[in-house]
Design a binder for this molecule. Sequence first.
Ligand code: C5P
Ligand code: MG
Length: 301
Amino acid sequence: MAITIWQHLGKYKVPELHNVSVHIRDRKKVEDTLECFRKGGPNRVQVISDFDMTLTRFAYNGTRVPTCHNIIDNSRLISEDGKKKLKDLLNTYYPIEIDPALTVEEKLPFMVEWWTKAHNFLVAEKIQKSQITQVVKESNVMLREGFDVFFRQLHKNGIPLFIFSAGIGDILEEVIRQAGVFYSNITVVSNYMDFDGNGLLQGFKGDLIHTYNKHEGALKNSGHFEKLNDQRNVILLGDSLGDLQMADGVENMENILKIGYLNDKVDKLRGQYLKGYDIVLEKDETLNVVNAILQYISAQN
Ligand code: C5P
Ligand code: MG
């Protein structure tokens, strides 16, 4: 049987890279990068991850799992009229977000429009800060299978995790907190709600982060990455082509392994994902491949 040496080695290194969900453009490049990561060990690694549909599941039993925004949109905090307006926005703009035929430049104005309109609708609903915890508890949000191993493993090995999300910071923090995995090695950059003195939502803090401006956001956070001078090997986890820019603020990077979840429009987007991501995970609702890679890197030599 014709089996290359790389396939052979790959089988021993991280067997999960041969799962049916795994698609790789250049297996040798991935193997070489893994080798560098392994040599450097866990002290040289940092993880930069998207949140919605990367750390959370895309679907469960055929039903979509809510994003941070959807957790609020579908909750009892929103009036029937507000729910309809937010649903209309989702139905209008999500297809644009994932449209394989549009360039990022073409998508940009629509993304700003979507986030801006949605945030204005949320402000109009008079949301109270004190209701956030309960609303997350009552939602159907689900982290990907294997999340506990993922978060625990990073914490145990002192690997910094930078969560960079165009979702809502207050919501995603609450999701991670309620799952019992909000460890001290985590830094979150996201859109945070701005509450007034009475705890009423009055807007969102800072510059808007949407799917396709993570390059700018990454550069703004270069101060965070400067502190991680030793962690020059980066694992990037995303689900959108916009997530490929999340590590642009890391100046002293030596190696990067980009792992992308391809959740939707799989056949049409496969080519673009394989070009951008080193490892593409198709219809994989677990963190098993990521966990296996982390375990391989962290194992004693
Ligand atoms: O964490 P992440 O950067 O993935 O969060 C952004 C996601 O939230 C987008 O992929 C988008 O589909 C979704 N979104 C949403 N409702 C909005 C705005 C964004 O579900 N109003
Ligand atoms: Mg995402």
